[in-house]
Design a protein around this ligand. Structure first.
Ligand SMILES: Cc1cc2nc3c(=O)[nH]c(=O)nc-3n(C[C@H](O)[C@H](O)[C@H](O)COP(=O)(O)OP(=O)(O)OC[C@H]3O[C@@H](n4cnc5c(N)ncnc54)[C@H](O)[C@@H]3O)c2cc1C
Length: 386
């Protein structure tokens, strides 16, 4: 078998990235000190605070890689990386704008109409417009090409009918990117006939219902579309190109620091807890976790560099997500050796609360954004194994 090389180039990080990082870090420290937010575990999924997102928008820290004419700052993917890393490490409540900043905004920039770019991107960058991902359905998750939500052509636009499931944060969002079937199903061409739409969630015929997860949070949503009308210019990209567009978003979705830092806040608190009396075994555990984080960070930065160069590193991104999400879970499992979790009996102890929240949230890490089994299938195909 031909040997396969993964590419994780080490990017050059210039001074302006470090300057920006320091600025973000100082701001977050002050926010925590002044009670602006209480750090949460898995903050990019569990921490929703639209006011905080607006504050970040005012600082100019959302959509930084987009052109200035659309509300961005023309900065590099590495500047964005530094901002997101600092937010995650601080456990800041960033979920409201996270998906729009990470992938819906870039999708609009690449495929949207000029009106979408002029009207929606600046609102996202200001932390005022949030977008949900409408991919999964009741019987379509891993097998996304089987989606049944249908968009039928009508005069002046399309009528969308179907149900999207598990959409993170949709109740707080103004829009959803909806993957819908616009062509006939063809068993020989499973990825054909799909189109993406940008649907305002206040459109007539759209209802969004929250679903409580086992941590008690209504993070998930079920969204029904009952002949919901959208005009022609709600098509994102080209009719029939939905599959190609969705898969090109995946490298953005799977490779960022949120795929290995979701539980970092707990690790940091644990290290602070034990700083005075750490024994050899604890030191070895912390050391091995930190070594894995360092390796993953290098890989994830490598993917950011590839994205900056215009590549679409899907296999590298799948590797980061598989290894990273398992690490996030391992962190909690290893810490439980030293700090058995007492499930919530009030929120008195900050560390216990972070631990028990993490325990309830960790099963989702290896599911969201594509399950690890599916990612391994992608990696295996990428290296020519099946
Ligand atoms: C916290 C969280 C947030 C989410 N947010 C969103 C969102 O915003 N928008 C959205 O559209 N979706 C979202 N999802 C849904 C997520 O994308 C799906 O849960 C995921 O793709 C798996 O689909 P499924 O749940 O239907 O499981 P299934 O696809 O039914 O999988 C069940 C099991 O079978 C395994 N399996 C399936 N196919 C294969 C295969 N080919 N090879 C090997 N094993 C396989 C899977 O690994 C899994 O263990 C979210 C999920 C979570 C947990």
């Amino acid at each position: 078998m031909e040997s396969v090389r993964f590419s994780f180039p080490a990017p050059e990080i210039d001074e302006s990235v470090d300057e920006l990082r320091k600025e973000v870090r100082a701001f977050l420290k002050e926010e925590v000190r002044s009670g602006g937010f209480i750090p949460v575990t898995d903050c990019w999924c569990a921490g929703v605070d639209p006011d905080f997102s607006r504050k970040l928008g005012q600082k100019g820290w959302i959509g930084v890689t987009w052109p200035r004419q659309y509300g961005g700052r023309d900065l590099s993917a590495l500047h964005r990386y530094a901002i997101t890393e600092e937010l995650l490490v601080a456990g800041a409540p960033v979920h409201a704008h996270w998906i729009a900043d990470r992938q819906s905004g870039p999708l609009i920039l690449a495929k949207g109409t000029e009106d979408m770019k002029r009207n929606i991107l600046p609102q996202i960058a200001a932390g005022k417009c949030f977008i949900a991902l409408g991919l999964s359905e009741p019987e379509s998750g891993s097998d996304l090409a089987s989606v049944r939500t249908r968009a039928a052509r009508v005069e002046g636009g399309w009528e969308i009918t179907g149900t999207k499931l598990w959409s993170s944060g949709a109740r707080h969002c103004q829009y959803m990117t909806v993957l819908a079937r616009t062509g006939e199903r063809d068993p020989d061409k499973r990825h054909a006939g799909l189109t993406q739409f940008l649907v305002p969630l206040d459109s007539p015929g759209v209802t969004v219902r929250g679903i409580r997860d086992m941590s008690g949070v209504e993070h998930f949503n079920e969204t029904h579309f009952e002949s919901a009308f959208v005009p022609d210019d709600a098509v994102l990209g080209a009719v029939g190109e939905g599959w190609k567009q969705v898969t090109s978003e995946l490298a953005l979705e799977r490779s960022g620091p949120e795929r290995f830092l979701s539980t970092f806040i707990v690790l940091e608190k644990a290290m602070q807890h034990s700083a005075a009396g750490m024994n050899g075994h604890q030191a070895a555990v912390f050391g091995s976790i930190l070594a894995r984080i360092r390796a993953l960070r290098a890989m994830s930065l490598g993917v950011a560099a590839l994205l900056d160069q215009g590549h679409s590193p899907e296999i590298e991104a799948a590797l980061v997500k598989d290894l990273g999400t398992r690490l996030e879970q391992d962190i909690i499992e290893r810490l439980r050796e030293f700090w058995p979790i007492q499930m919530k009996q009030g929120y008195g102890d900050e560390f216990q609360s972070l631990m028990s929240d993490s325990l309830l949230r960790q099963p989702s890490f290896t599911l969201r954004g594509g399950t690890n089994e599916v990612l391994r299938g992608i990696i295996a195909r990428g290296v020519g194994l099946n």
